[in-house]
Design a protein around this ligand. Structure first.
Ligand SMILES: [Fe+2]
Ligand SMILES: [Fe+2]
Length: 293
């Protein structure tokens, strides 16, 4: 089946999409998993989700095809868009804040620092703290015109059948891969138990940042970055038939990280000026002055 045309407005500007801003997806995750404590499946959450959130997932599930992801790899993974340091990227991402509603939307830097500070307070290794600081920097894709549904959202493997453990699973009915025999069997184009690293994941901020930082951080940090939005696998236990035995320890790291990403207190304000010297030094320990984006 042919790739459907992209929706009009996609890629036009950093708020291209149905959500008020990118944080809305992260907030939705939190409310979804709080709801899950009382309801075992997604159904209640799906029925009460706001129309704009449903629309966000509808677009994501319709357009994230295997071919779409390959095209995004060609478009972005040559890393020839910018050369800048990690702190510069944090400051650039910070321009994403939606200033129309300053009481609700904290600057992106606050979520990064909140996550890093919570990891630091628990006495974790410095690379783990650094991972907390940088894990969402891939969201700068938005500043390069990518629509919201191609930057955030739960990620999942493409090239095989979409799991019914993905939220709003029914929207995959509109995805051409759902009707393509190469991709719609349980294993699709993969061998059984081929392992997490062999899977092509839907396109978003996780996969992009993984490629930006892959030469500079230890494997557990890279796994946390690459799979932190893959709720179908790390939270829902989907795709077990494609995982290899060694993925169990990788996923433990991802779950360990997820506690900080999902449940860090959002209302606590961070003193950016005061924290900056510590984090600049930590960045300098692992990263060169500038890297390619
Ligand atoms: Fe994220
Ligand atoms: Fe995050």
């Amino acid at each position: 089946m042919q790739q459907p045309p992209l929706p009009s407005g996609a890629g036009a500007q950093h708020r291209a999409g149905p959500l008020d801003n990118l944080d809305q997806w992260d907030d939705e995750l939190r409310s979804r998993y709080l709801a899950r404590r009382t309801s075992p499946r997604f159904r209640d959450y799906e029925q009460t989700a706001k129309p704009q959130v449903r629309e966000f997932y509808r677009l994501n599930h319709r357009y994230q095809t295997y071919d779409f992801v390959q095209a995004k790899h060609r478009q972005f993974l040559s890393l020839d868009r910018a050369t800048m340091g990690i702190w510069e990227a944090i400051e650039l991402l910070n321009t994403l804040v939606d200033d129309s509603d300053p009481d609700i939307d904290l600057p992106q830097i606050e979520h990064l620092l909140q996550t890093a500070e919570a990891i630091r307070a628990d006495g974790k290794p410095d690379w783990f703290i650094l991972t907390g600081l940088i894990h969402d920097l891939g969201k700068i894709l938005c500043l390069w015109g990518e629509p919201q549904w191609a930057v955030v959202g739960d990620t999942f493997p493409v090239g095989c059948a979409f799991s019914d453990r993905i939220v709003f699973h029914e929207f995959f009915e509109e995805n051409p891969d759902r009707h393509d025999v190469r991709y719609n069997s349980p294993c699709g184009m993969y061998a059984p138990h081929c392992g997490l690293e062999r899977l092509t994941m839907s396109w978003g901020h996780d996969e992009y940042l993984y490629h930006v930082v892959r030469d500079h951080l230890p494997p557990p940090a890279l796994a946390m970055i690459r799979y932190h939005s893959c709720y179908p696998i790390h939270h829902e236990g989907a795709y077990a038939h494609l995982l290899a035995p060694e993925d169990a320890s990788t996923l433990q790291w991802v779950k360990e990280f997820n506690r900080y990403d999902l449940y860090t207190k959002r209302e606590e304000r961070m003193d950016v000026e005061q924290l900056q010297p510590f984090y600049r030094e930590l960045i300098a320990k692992y990263f060169p002055h500038r890297i390619r984006w």
